[in-house]
Design a protein around this ligand. Sequence first.
Ligand SMILES: [Zn+2]
Length: 410
Amino acid sequence: MDQQLQLQQHQQGRSSGFLRPLFTTVTSQSHPAEIRLNNCIAILNLLFPTRSLSRAEISRRINLSRVSVSQAVSDMVTSHLLVETGHENGKRPGKRGTLLRLDSAYWNIVSIDLSQPSLIRGAITDIAGHILIHTEKSIPSTSTITVRTIEDECERLIHTASGHILGIGVAAPGIIDSEGTIIDSSHLGLSHVHLGEQLHHRFACPCFVNNDTNSALLAVRLFDDPTPNMIFVQITRGVGAAILINDSIVIGADHAAGEIGHVIIDQNGPLCDCGKHGCLETLIAAGRLRTAIAHQPHEKQSILHAAGRQLGRVLAYPASLLNIDEITVFGPLDVIDSSFVTGATEAINSFASQRIIHRPITVRRCELGSDVTLIGESISVLQDVIRLPRKQSRLWKTHPSSPTKEDSHV
Ligand SMILES: [Zn+2]
């Protein structure tokens, strides 16, 4: 196969901002730059996040010639994506190969999570998604979140970073287009805000904005779950979903795939913030469930079981339509507990098409913790920066033109 390497057969888009669960290779490989990119991505796939292998072992595992691997590795070491780290164990006769792993020291990524109410969470991570510095900023209400607020958090993080800033990623609730424009985010009170563009203008480095649920799904896929066909549901102040099909995240025609929070479940149900009655959010969002439990504390388990059933019933249709085999639910532990998961499991398997799906659909709680969105957003930045055209990318330039925290400001 050599340079016609196709490590993965994923369909994928090439527009900026399209999230990919893995470092998928480009589809057209006729151009030398694309071949080099594919080889780089294949090596990243193999070593991400913490694996160490020699050039010879990399060559063997991805079925790429030693020459091509050496060229790609040289490029990646120069770009500080990889670093040499010791030698192989000498079990076999002959010269011991030099091990390579991701360079976790040189590049830093700024990751911002706007998914939580009254809180901006931020992190500096390395390129393997490990959080190095963590920040939280309380805000009185969502109405006080502005572009300036977000910029200030980015700047605060940049000043704490010890490495060079590879890029900035913001995970926000709502509909976000591929240019990083927040088309609509009712939770943030933002509409048609060119956040990605404004961040780039302020910091002069690659800046990306993604839907928070899609970002979280990316982390789940890479760190928590091997299933390439799944629905990830986030239940916090609202309810959102992200859909993974054959290892590609579904974005949708209007960048709104997975926006299930305002699907009407009960037309006679409670009034929703959107003005309609009985939206899914009014029935199973964390705040709504806590209120219901506060009124009937002895009924907590039955309330959560019923909420799980509501979700399971709603997801039975897309799960059958798309042959999804796993649902992962992320949310606070006091709400997304075993009763909720049991209710969701029962409902989805009773309403899903059993003639097509011959084994139960698994529903489970996401165990990655509250950093899941920050980690996923960080990985998405790495993915997008790697794919930037070389002329635009600082990644592929060597010292001293690489960005530092000092020169990241306009
Ligand atoms: Zn609604």
